[in-house]
Design a binder for this molecule. Structure first.
Ligand SMILES: [Fe+2]
Length: 135
């Protein structure tokens, strides 16, 4: 089953929506690499590719929050840090055990479900605020 962004996740801020779509694409590429039997090195590259983009994307959102004095900044940033911590744990697992079925389960249960619920609820609240408080 592919991981796909879907229109229920549209927030109405084109820059952020585009970044979310790219994050879903990179998550899907990671899962496809593991399921398709790619080597440890290749899976490692897709993990790094996802991690790099997640860092850039979170920084972009946090910049918007800082510029507009978003009142929910601290809680929102704390959620980003949870993702970053889970991602680091996955990197360590991959480093130790390689691309295993357990890695697929963890990517699905932790990264993917985190991303969907974060976009749906937390990023939506931010997008509503940004639209109501244009810079
Ligand atoms: Fe966010």
């Amino acid at each position: 089953m592919a991981i796909t962004w879907d229109p229920t996740l549209v927030l109405g801020i084109p820059e952020i929506d585009a970044q979310h779509q790219e994050l879903f694409r990179r998550l899907d590429a990671l899962l496809s690499a593991i399921r398709g039997g790619s080597s440890r090195d290749e899976v490692g590259k897709t993990l790094a590719f996802l991690g790099d983009y997640a860092v850039q994307h979170f920084s972009a959102e946090e910049r918007h929050m800082e510029e507009r004095f978003y009142p929910g900044l601290a809680d929102h940033r704390a959620e980003h840090r949870i993702f970053a911590a889970e991602f680091r744990a996955l990197l360590a697992e991959h480093h130790r055990d390689g691309p295993t079925p357990s890695l697929i389960i963890r990517v699905n249960t932790q990264l993917t479900s985190w991303l969907r619920s974060h976009v749906y609820r937390t990023d939506r609240a931010l997008a509503d605020f940004l639209r109501a408080n244009p810079g």
